[in-house]
Design a protein around this ligand. Structure first.
Ligand SMILES: NC(=O)c1ccc[n+]([C@@H]2O[C@H](COP(=O)([O-])OP(=O)(O)OC[C@H]3O[C@@H](n4cnc5c(N)ncnc54)[C@H](O)[C@@H]3O)[C@@H](O)[C@H]2O)c1
Length: 257
């Protein structure tokens, strides 16, 4: 049985990824902080949402903050204890803040964005990649991260978010090379505007009436569904996807064009 750990699993893209992988027969540890961040003015995923994702998919819920390396080490250890090893680690947890130029962003909000969206991905890589490498050869471990079209576009009023996501793109490129010859790969996907609570918060930061207003800027002319991002993550997670490494795959409805 193939096993996976997914962060940001209580809702949105992470939850859709848990659903997709569980449906494909994976044993999944569904990790989320499941609590609000006092630095951020919008609600994060809840314990009830995480429990609902777990009970509807058969995934195991696990509360952990990706900013806490010890908590992620415990999550990886839990997956290995339950299922005997880890094959796939997916960093989907993320937050957003901004709405004003970088130099006016409250420092605690800037810290939240950089610490969750970049450091949190690095923390998962540190905790999970050794577990992927503990699998016997021939290995098919997959480290995956959710970057963003913001990794390559300069989005005003979201500078720290853009910096963090560009950092994730750089991280997987380097990891892809570091993991050369091991059978383990590292990749990211870069979603466009996807219909989740983080996009509703982005709309609020831009003073827009709602997330639907982002549809027009996307060549496909609509918002993306979380399941559309999840299916590409699941594709990259497959053992047969070992030819792709160090890549940042756009799943963005053409937003980055
Ligand atoms: N929705 C979009 O338009 C869009 C576009 C590009 C990239 N992304 C990225 O996709 C990823 C998933 O976002 P989403 O759209 O599903 O948003 P979301 O807000 O619906 O879900 C994010 C989840 O991450 C969790 N989380 C936040 N901080 C955490 C922490 N410190 N530790 C553990 N979990 C934490 C939240 O509780 C929440 O359940 C994020 O990395 C986001 O930056 C989203």
């Amino acid at each position: 049985m193939r096993t996976a750990l997914v962060t940001g699993a209580a809702r949105g893209i992470g939850a859709a990824t848990v659903r997709h992988l569980a449906g494909a027969g994976y044993a999944v540890l569904a990790v989320d902080v499941a609590a609000d961040d006092p630095a951020l003015p919008y609600a994060l995923g809840t314990k009830a949402e995480l429990a609902a994702v777990a009970s509807s998919t058969g995934a195991e819920p696990f509360v952990a903050d990706v900013r806490d390396p010890g908590a992620l080490a415990a999550a990886v250890a839990e997956a290995e204890r339950r299922w005997g090893g880890l094959d796939v680690a997916i960093a989907a947890a993320g937050v957003i803040a901004g709405g004003v130029p970088l130099w006016e962003v409250p420092p605690d909000q800037e810290d939240a964005v950089l610490d969750v969206d970049l450091r949190g991905v690095i923390n998962l890589a540190r905790a999970a990649i050794p577990a992927l490498l503990r699998r016997p050869e021939p290995r098919t471990g997959r480290f995956l991260a959710v970057a963003s079209a913001a990794a390559t576009r300069g989005l005003p009023m979201l500078a720290a978010y853009c910096a963090a996501k560009a950092g994730v793109a750089g991280l997987v490129r380097a990891l892809g090379v570091e993991l050369g010859g091991t059978g383990v790969t590292a990749n990211a996907v870069s979603p466009g505007s996807t219909d989740t609570p983080i996009l509703a918060e982005s709309a609020r930061l831009y003073g827009l009436p709602g997330a639907a207003d982002f549809a027009a800027q996307q060549p496909v002319g609509r918002l993306l569904e979380p399941a559309e991002i999840a299916r590409v993550l699941a594709f990259l997670a497959e053992p047969a996807s070992g030819a792709t490494t160090g890549a940042v795959v756009p799943v963005d409805g053409g937003l980055a064009l």
